[in-house]
Design a protein around this ligand. Structure first.
Ligand code: HEM
Length: 180
């Protein structure tokens, strides 16, 4: 798509998707922090919200990945090198990809644990048998990827800090919005 964007800006679709992912993931993150600290057997409503928000974050992220490929390409902010800008775009792409994968892995993890997958009160039909292998094969990556996206967040902030010092590119671009 050839829409010409001003340097350091992105299109409206990318901006809206960015805000939607940021807000829904922030709520899911509160759930993620609480879930493992809640005794088994007392997790029903937390699991319902985990899955339901997980669906929203997951689907938004797959749409965002499609728009990364098909949407208009943002240009670096004035003065920033192509390479430095490409690095921050790559981190953002990986962050969205990890969330999108966590969603798919989570569904199979729930089935591996022998629990139903919720969608705001509706139950998603079980498409894979509950086995110990499935639980192990999906449970570890579902937990481990949480540490990976925390690392990506950290690199995103440190790189943003460095780019602001070197290119005076500002802080606003580290948060959802038109600036990138
Ligand atoms: C429909 C989507 C999802 C399903 C069915 C799902 C399923 C699960 C299950 C079964 C657990 C184990 C805790 C429990 O239920 O008692 C869990 C924990 C967790 N989930 Fe999900 N999940 C989903 C989406 C997501 C998403 C989108 C993310 C992150 C972007 C995520 C990150 C986590 C984390 C970090 C934990 C805690 C892991 C731990 O401490 O062991 N989940 N999820």
């Amino acid at each position: 798509m050839s829409e010409q964007l001003a340097p350091g800006t992105q299109d409206r679709t990318a901006t809206l998707l960015g805000w939607a992912i940021f807000v829904t993931f922030a709520i899911l993150f509160l759930n993620i922090v609480t879930l493992p600290r809640t005794p088994l057997g007392e997790r029903d409503s937390l699991q319902l919200w985990h899955d339901s928000l997980g669906w929203v974050v997951g689907i938004l992220c797959w749409v965002r990945l499609y728009w990364f490929v098909k949407g208009p390409k943002p240009q670096p902010p004035a003065g920033m090198s192509e390479d430095s800008f490409a690095f921050s775009r790559a981190i953002l792409f990986m962050l969205v990809l990890v969330f999108a994968l966590e969603f798919l892995i989570g569904i199979f993890y729930a089935w591996g644990e022998g629990r139903q997958v919720h969608f705001f009160g509706a139950i998603f039909p079980q498409l894979a048998d509950t086995t110990e292998d499935l639980r192990k094969m999906t449970g570890y990556p579902h937990s481990a990827l949480a540490f990976y996206y925390l690392m990506l967040f950290t690199i995103w902030l440190v790189l943003g800090f460095w780019q602001n010092r070197k290119y005076k590119s500002g802080w606003r671009r580290l948060f959802p919005g038109e600036k990138v």
